[in-house]
Design a protein around this ligand. Sequence first.
Ligand SMILES: *Cc1c(COP(=O)(O)O)cnc(C)c1O
Ligand SMILES: *[C@@H]1O[C@H](CO)[C@@H](O)[C@H](O)[C@H]1NC(C)=O
Length: 456
Amino acid sequence: MASNVEISLENLAREANLDPLSPEFARYLDKQDKLAYLREEFFIPSVQDVLPENEDKPRGPYKAEEDCIYLCGNSLGLLPKKAKQYVEEELDVWAHSGVHAHHHHKHGRPWVTIDEEVCKLSASIVGGKPIEVASMATLTSNLHFLLTAFYKPTEKRHKILMEYKAFPSDHYAVESQIKYHGFDPVKSLVTVAPREGEYTIRTEDILKAIEAEGDSVAVVLFSGIQYYTGQFFEIEKITEAAHKKGCIAGFDLAHAVGNVPLQLHDWDVDFACWCTYKYLNSGPGGIGGLFVHERFAHDFDRPRFSGWWGHNKTTRFQMNSVSDPLPGAAGFQMSNPSVLTTVSLLGGLELFEKASMKELRQKSLLLTGYLEFLLDQLFDKSTFSIMTPRDPSQRGCQLSFLFGEDVKELYHQLSSSGVVCDIREPNSIRIAPVPLYNSFSDVYKFISLLRSIKQQ
Ligand SMILES: *Cc1c(COP(=O)(O)O)cnc(C)c1O
Ligand SMILES: *[C@@H]1O[C@H](CO)[C@@H](O)[C@H](O)[C@H]1NC(C)=O
């Protein structure tokens, strides 16, 4: 059955009197794209820039000085020009003002409150209230800090239920939390897997597992979007099922934030955390984010690891020894935030003010739909399978390919021609056209290269 996106692509091509499989049609889609101007806000490496070591010339057909075909925003987003500007400004402020810049800052960003704007913008991207969002530390650390507060195992309720083959860091974090509390991961870690012969996990199976195990589950922890398959989990339904059984519902939004619209507050999610260097483009090791639902804003009885930055701002610098944690997510902060990574994130987040998540999602559906359309039209079904759900509402921008053979050579050929994408050995690659900076022509160029490699 033809999807809506496929139908609208065919209609668009008919209206423009163009062959939907032609490069002219890709250029036409770029011309029609109201968000195309955002690409100018990024540094796009050239083909030459991204060639593998030991290769001094691209294999072609794309020229060395052309923009590379960057389809790896799921791993590391490109550098926004504003992020570079802000980081350079901060270095300059540091050079000239030193410690004074904590309070007097020539660009109006005093360091003591450097995270405020970032929190406000992040809250709008994840669908949280300002009191529910904090900007701090990094993803895996934040996951640990949140589990410290929300995973309180008892003999009766000691399990963490999560997706099968979660991102390894999450798996390690959860196992170590279980052990830290004196329980045994063999008994306390439960995973929900795809059915035999399927790549993604059916929501009904997740809900059934929660129903079956729920009485002994303390925390249900899923990713928002599965990093490997690209499946967008049904956060609201999972949360509802978890709550019905008296479990806490937490989410790792590494691949979801900035990729798909989120409504964490309305979905009633208890806690969530994310990194910012993927779809929020904050740069490698960028500062992380976390969400704690408003209903816990004044719940100071949960165990938590405290630090001075989570302390009442009025009295923080009185340096007394009586902890007075801030209400909400801010109370989870420990250290004064890294200014350089905070402003690099700010540079990326401001772009989400220019284009709302809703507009970005609209473009994303068409852009990834276009990728899928070309794959369906131009490749034999035996070449590879797509692990990502075919239903656009069940995925973000990424499509994950599974090949019948080792992809090292294919990857090498793509890389030597100026494509940046992600390989998971032995036989999968992930392709993520990002609506903020990727064009329809990027997708076309990738497809045309993949075809020529596959036909050799
Ligand atoms: C990218 C990613 C991570 C990386 O964790 P860091 O603490 O930022 O190194 C962890 N979990 C998931 C699900 C991810 O996608
Ligand atoms: C912070 O401390 C001040 C002074 O003690 C107090 O008036 C204020 O209510 C506190 N703020 C919060 C958010 O608790």
